[in-house]
Design a protein around this ligand. Structure first.
Ligand code: PEP
Ligand code: CO
Length: 460
């Protein structure tokens, strides 16, 4: 069935989404203030360049063919206050170490993409939140309002879009400097924090793997006489959920000597599960930009509706089957992935087009403890990933990457892992304002287990 959004003849402009139904937007009370902020944003320099965006797209095309593996990760919601050297260094460090583990296990080059430098806006299940008889707008992320529960903090303020852009620029500037030098030592497992390993029943397997990584780094260095950090240029790309369309549209522009429009607020935006409605504003906006795109798909699409949904989605976002253009991020949860994923793979196959499939094992596995704290269990996250790897293999398809909510800090938000964090440990250092993240040790352990699974290791 043809839809408005999938009609390639329909004229697209950076603002054509405005005539479509839209959800999960803050109700900005002052439209003039919003206009002023987006006009200012449109005049500021871009955060990324079109050639970086194109280079990422071609790497994603390789991942879709099974020649590379994508590691995407970072906070559920970045906070302006977390734009600190320590937090950013730790985030980069864990992503780099996980990627080295994955290179080793998958024998594929790894594309590193942060959920950072712009992951400041969140869809919420309700527009408002009530506490003790008082109702205020929900917290929509630092790009929109502040988390404290008082009227002034929760007021959606468009000036925050500029603050968010500036924080993203500071974040990117520091990441680019770190990547440009000074990070080389992290290629050596001698510098990793591996204290957790001894707490795992799989300690000897972990030690053996880390030892092998160290050996191959040293071997490469002695062979070439070049330090590992210099040898493999470390690229990091940025991504965030493209939620607040006035922000995304303001940073969308044409560039010299290329066709089309680029959203230069990030390399690789994704459309969240809640806003992936075919005839709605988000699909309309994202169909018109040249960036590679992710789309989250979860159990909210009934199996019976999946085939027509996927066909319309790909008509709208992936009409030319351009290599690297579209990533489907499936997030079904460990309990449901076996029921849904084969049908998703079939639905994509029926279009005759190629997408990159990656798994987000976080968002389908959120549970509440008895005390009402949101958490995720390490074994559910791992379970969804392991099942996804097997289901893709059994269906002649490829799981080309993983998408995590994680931090390089020592938080206590998810349970399980080698140290056996339990529900009662969650109070020790729970910092996320939205979803629970894997901490440094849990992330590294997860990477080891995924690498072993893909590499045909011994963790069965
Ligand atoms: C998220 O990635 O933080 C998120 C809200 O995910 P989803 O759209 O998959 O629910
Ligand atoms: Co989240």
């Amino acid at each position: 069935m043809a839809t408005m959004a999938s009609d390639p003849m329909q004229e697209w402009t950076p603002n054509s989404w405005q005539s479509r139904p839209i959800t999960h937007q803050p109700g900005y009370p002052d439209p003039d203030a919003l206009d002023e902020a987006t006009t200012a944003l449109a005049q500021l320099p871009p955060l990324v360049t079109s050639w970086e965006v194109e280079s990422l797209k071609s790497q994603l095309a390789e991942a879709a063919r099974g020649e590379r593996f994508l590691l995407q990760g970072g906070d559920c919601a970045e906070q302006f206050n977390d734009c600190t050297p320590e937090a950013l260094t730790n985030k980069l460090k864990i992503l780099l170490q996980m990627s080295l583990v994955l290179v080793h296990g998958t024998r594929r080059r790894v594309i590193r993409v942060g959920r950072f430098a712009g992951q400041y806006a969140k869809p919420r299940s309700s527009m408002t939140e009530e506490r003790d008889g008082m109702t205020l707008p929900s917290y929509f992320g630092d790009n929109v309002n502040a988390a404290a529960f008082d009227a002034a903090s929760r007021h959606p303020n468009p000036q925050r879009l500029i603050n968010g852009y500036e924080r993203a620029a500071l974040t990117l500037n520091f990441i680019r400097s770190l990547v440009g030098g000074g990070f080389a030592d992290l290629h050596h497992p001698e510098f990793w924090n591996l204290g957790f390993v001894e707490h795992s029943p799989r300690a000897s397997e972990y030690q053996a793997m880390v030892h092998r990584i160290g050996e191959s780094v040293r071997f490469m260095e002695s062979l070439t006489g070049i330090s590992a950090g210099d040898l493999s240029r470390v690229d990091f790309y940025t991504s965030h959920e493209g939620l607040i369309l006035p922000y995304e549209a303001a940073q969308t522009r044409r560039v010299p000597r290329r066709d089309g429009w680029y959203n230069l607020s990030t390399h690789y935006p994704w459309i969240g599960m809640r806003t992936a409605n075919i005839d709605h504003a988000h699909i309309e906006f994202f169909r018109g930009i040249r960036n590679p795109l992710g789309v989250k798909i979860g159990p909210s699409i009934e199996p019976g509706a999946l085939k027509s949904f996927v066909s319309e989605l790909l008509d709208a976002l992936h009409p030319d089957d351009e290599p690297g253009r579209l990533t489907i991020i499936h997030r079904y949860g460990a309990q449901q992935v076996a029921d849904h994923l084969p049908a998703l793979i079939d639905a994509v196959r029926a279009t005759g087009k190629t997408v990159l499939f990656i798994c987000d094992p976080m968002h389908g596995n959120t549970v509440k403890t008895e005390a009402g704290i949101k958490t995720r269990r390490f074994e559910d996250i791992l379970g969804e990933l392991e099942q996804s790897i097997d289901i893709h293999a059994a269906n002649d398809s490829i799981l080309g990457g993983v998408h995590f909510e994680l931090t390089g800090d020592n938080v206590t938000e998810c349970t399980g892992g080698a140290r056996g964090l339990s529900d009662k440990d969650l109070g020790d250092s729970y910092q996320s304002l939205v979803d629970p993240r894997l901490n440094y040790e849990q992330s590294l352990e997860m990477a080891i287990l995924v690498a072993q699974k893909i590499g045909g290791g011994t963790n069965d």
